[in-house]
Design a protein around this ligand. Structure first.
Ligand code: ADP
Ligand code: ADP
Ligand code: MG
Length: 670
């Protein structure tokens, strides 16, 4: 076994690898960029080496500096994590040349699986089932159209070098093919440096089911069962689970053996994932087809760890140091059911726009059961850390395990309810809605689950106005009480200043301004009234490390509520969900002007991809004006009002800072 390894990554995966290394008594070296100088992964390792600027190309992709750091610290091996250099065969080769072990497959296997078209040709000869399609070298547009017509619509055009859900276009009918091909090729050349594409049949009610495989240098190769990653947005995974609902032992074995055949065809060593698209035809059953192989540890590997009871990073280290696989196929078994949720800094209600900012409050769920490992949180951040625009928007992964899927589901809901983040928007509530949606709860899975359930997933507020107002008022009174009983209403001795019997609060809730009044009753109770409701408000403070925790009673509802006030916004969390309400200080807002509609600014730092308008164009409110790319996602910037484009201030390809004005619009005169 190695005595010291370097982890060429950041964030949760660097922390994950460090944890296993520590447990095994292997010393660790972190590398970090400017932005990550005090990151959690640096603290998680024994030593750390600074390797450059914040942008990945200036640090985490600078492989010579990483190799130098490994040499300088005496590390014997490099773990690449996922992303960054993990699927870079040149880096794997450079490690070998520098006398370092690359903790991953041989460079030849990375190369063989690197391009989707080539890997499909290879899989065809290994007898692995493929989606009907065209993956040849001829890229003549007419020929590709002809192939698409032959395959039959709908089809999917994919960039051969693509990944991360990018470079894909679904085409519904022949007339749309040429335009989709052109746009796919444009994105492919920009993002991956190659415009080679393949065409596939678009599967019916597709599910994404992948098989975890593991090989060693002694000729062994096993499969560690499947993960269902069908719940996706923009072809990116949102929730993952193992085992796949509805999987039969026969199909599991067939898919497992096909995955092992795929791995053996490229002499695979280490952890890898063979992704299949599974078709669910109307007549029933499931048909699986090879999609691609990811030659690395996958983000969602913890669900496999949960159902097998194994540590896959430990297996990676053992295999890389030359040991045989710890277990044989017949020794591997599935126990219970596991689900992973990816908690991301983003705004699901606004097309999943990524968010950046500081994790002002970051409370993780406690282990909710006596069963060890029932709730696991993998993250690379601590309270107070920032989610920066340089890397992707994942904050943490929440993994739950239960004896049955129903138990895992209930645990996931509870764990999400206990996850409390203030400071930036996240998808935590959205994930709860997905978990509770009829399709997910009944395991009616396919990749269209999110659009199908949109009605119960977006713009939901399970807390509701009544509790929000009650919590905000209670929080204000509790805060005042804490700062030396300034609140006259909370005094139990019946004293109150002359004339002060009713107190007014101004709120803004979901864009609507409203007023609430609180009346001190003779028996010491508080009467809260707003909109059409009026009721007795009661609350008791519960002890809390910070933030306010209370037992709140209003209009027949009783909830344990936790609140944090940040400036005017009161953030409210309870078992029902989370919401926020703005407590307006009337004076502070006097004279504040309405929004300046002429300015269109970048919501985050990123790259301008394209403008869909030019100077002089008349635009309608809501019309898409520009596309930006940041944090692995594309965002459309829409017109805030009717008007005319006065000027474009950037060109496609330009890097822009947060708040940079992208274009000027002259508002239409009514
Ligand atoms: P998977 O196929 O394993 O589910 P994804 O494609 O969703 O993985 O995510 C892998 C991606 O994560 C990489 O392509 C990369 O862009 C991104 N990534 C790489 N390193 C990190 C990191 N340290 N923290 C977060 N994201 C990362
Ligand atoms: P990436 O390299 O970006 O991960 P994949 O080839 O793995 O690309 O495909 C990503 C996702 O796109 C899949 O998880 C699935 O949701 C969808 N997809 C891919 N191929 C097909 C297909 N032939 N039919 C239907 N959906 C597909
Ligand atoms: Mg994939």
């Amino acid at each position: 076994m190695f005595t010291k390894i370097l982890i060429a990554n950041r964030g949760e995966i660097a922390c994950r690898v460090a944890a296993t290394a520590r447990r095994m008594g292997v010393r660790t070296v972190a590398v970090y960029s400017d932005a990550d100088a005090s990151a959690k992964h640096v603290a998680a390792c024994d030593e750390a080496v600074h390797i450059g600027g914040s942008a990945p190309k200036d640090s985490y992709l600078q492989w010579q500096r990483i190799l130098d750091a490994a040499k300088a610290t005496g590390a014997q091996a490099i773990h690449p994590g996922y992303g960054f250099l993990s699927e870079n065969e040149a880096f794997a080769n450079a490690c070998a040349e520098a006398g370092l072990v690359f903790i991953g497959p041989p460079a030849s296997a990375i190369q063989a699986m690197g391009l989707k078209a080539e890997s499909k040709r290879l899989m065809e000869s290994a007898g692995v089932p493929l989606v009907p399609g065209y993956h040849g070298a001829d890229q003549d547009p007419h020929m590709l159209q002809h192939e698409a017509d032959r395959i039959g619509y709908p089809v999917l055009i994919k960039a051969s070098a693509g990944g991360g859900g990018k470079g894909m276009r679904a085409v519904e009918k022949a007339e749309d093919f040429a335009a989709a091909l052109a746009s796919c090729k444009r994105e492919a050349i920009n993002s991956f440096g190659s415009d080679a594409v393949l065409v596939e049949k678009y599967a019916q009610r597709p599910r994404h089911i992948e098989i975890q495989v593991f090989g060693d240098t002694h000729g062994n190769c096993v499969y560690l069962f499947e993960r269902d990653c069908s719940v996706q947005r923009r072809h990116q995974k949102v929730l993952e689970e193992a085992p796949a609902p509805g999987m039969t032992p026969e199909l599991r074995q067939q898919m497992g053996l096909a995955a092992v055949a795929a791995a053996r065809a490229v002499n695979y060593v280490g952890a890898g994932t063979v992704e299949f698209i599974v078709e669910q035809p109307p007549e029933g059953g499931m048909r699986f087809y090879f999609m691609e192989m990811n030659t690395r540890l996958q983000v969602e590997h913890p669900v496999t760890e949960a159902i097998t009871g194994l540590d896959l990073v430990e297996w990676q280290l053992r295999v890389a140091s030359g040991e045989p696989l710890p277990l044989k196929q017949e020794d591997l078994h599935i126990q219970g059911h596991a689900i992973e949720a990816r908690i991301c800094a983003e705004t699901p209600d606004n097309q999943f726009l990524p968010a950046t900012g500081r994790l002002d409050v970051y409370r993780k769920p406690a282990c909710t059961s006596f069963e060890r490992g029932a709730v696991r949180v993998d993250d690379g951040v601590r309270e107070g850390d920032a989610i920066s625009p340089f890397y992707d928007s994942m904050v943490a992964k929440l993994i739950v395990h239960g004896r049955t899927r129903a138990e895992a589901l209930a645990r996931m809901d509870a764990a999400l309810a206990e996850t409390r983040i203030v400071g930036l928007s996240t998808n935590v509530q959205f994930l709860r809605h997905v978990v509770a949606s009829p399709s997910f709860a009944q395991a009616n899975l396919d990749t269209a689950l999110i659009p199908r359930e949109a009605g119960v997933l977006f713009h939901q507020d399970k807390v509701g106005l009544n509790l929000a107002v009650a919590a905000a008022v209670a929080q204000t009174l509790l805060a005042e009480r804490a700062s030396e009983g300034k609140d006259p209403f909370s005094r139990r001795d019946g004293w109150r200043p002359h004339g002060l019997t009713v107190r007014r609060f101004d709120f803004e809730y979901q864009g609507e301004a409203m007023q609430a009044s609180l009346t001190y009753l003779h028996d010491g109770a508080l009467q809260l009234a707003f909109a059409e409701v009026s009721g007795v408000l009661a609350f008791d403070a519960l002890s809390a490390p910070n933030g306010t925790l209370m037992d709140l009673r209003f209009l027949g509802q009783r909830q344990t509520v936790q609140t944090w006030q940040r400036e005017e916004i009161v953030h409210i969390f309870c078992a029902l969900g989370a919401t926020q309400i703005t407590e307006l200080d009337a004076l502070a807002h006097a004279g504040e002007a309405a929004h300046d509609v002429g300015r269109l600014t970048a919501p985050m730092p990123g790259k301008v991809v394209s403008f869909s308008v030019k100077a002089g164009d008349a635009v309608k409110k809501g019309q898409p004006l520009a596309v930006m790319e940041a944090m692995k996602m594309e965002h459309t910037i829409a017109a805030p009002a009717d008007g005319t484009v006065a000027e474009l201030l950037y060109a496609p390809g330009d890097q822009v800072a947060e708040g940079a004005e992208l274009l000027k619009i002259a508002a239409a005169t009514p």
